[in-house]
Design a protein. Structure first.
Length: 186
């Protein structure tokens, strides 16, 4: 009887303990990542990555349940020209043959305001994991679908991609456009 009473009290006082997180599956066809940097004294350069898979987990009642897990195949990388695409996929930079994926796994997602978030996590490139912070905005689409627009910047040398340091900036800006499948919440 005491256990039942205790369970009732906990349920009434802390209903968020029993709220279920909603897991959204990333829509690979509507998700892309753009890398941008400056080279040769200021010339803008870019590359796009597609084929993104993963999940975005949100619990409106308990932000400690919020998670973002993403896997990106390096083979999908396309740069502004064929030579740059080849260089980026080669062992000079991403080394796609040895390290075929890039991953991001959040450790904490903090709500900053209406539909604004900061995601803390680890980015793994070339088997090197480093902490990163994403600034993100969330848009609710039709049904259960959501769109997540996130940005961050990394040091390429921190991921063992320090070739051509004299002509290519170390700072790489990353823009992430994630969209989940409608009705993908579990």
């Amino acid at each position: 009887m005491l256990r039942l009473l205790l369970l009732l009290v906990v349920t009434l006082i802390c209903p968020s303990l029993f709220a279920a997180p909603i897991v959204h599956t990333i829509d690979t066809d509507k998700t892309a990542i753009r890398l941008s940097w400056r080279a040769f004294g200021g010339i803008p350069s870019w590359a796009n990555l597609k084929g993104v898979t993963g999940t975005v987990t949100l619990n409106p009642d308990n932000e400690f349940d919020d998670r973002i897990n993403v896997t990106v195949p390096v083979a999908t990388l396309q740069a502004s020209n064929n030579l740059l695409t080849w260089q980026l996929k080669s062992n000079m930079f991403f080394d796609a043959a040895r390290y075929p994926t890039i991953t991001f796994s959040s450790t904490r997602v903090v709500k900053l305001g209406p539909d604004r978030y900061r995601a803390f996590g680890n980015l793994t490139v070339r088997d090197v994991s480093r902490p990163v912070i994403l600034d993100a905005r969330l848009d609710r689409l039709s049904g259960e679908a959501i769109a997540l627009h996130a940005t961050t910047a990394i040091s390429r040398s921190a991921y063992k991609m320090d070739r051509f340091a004299l002509v290519v900036d170390d700072r790489i800006a990353i823009a992430i456009e994630i969209q989940t499948k409608p009705g993908s919440a579990l």
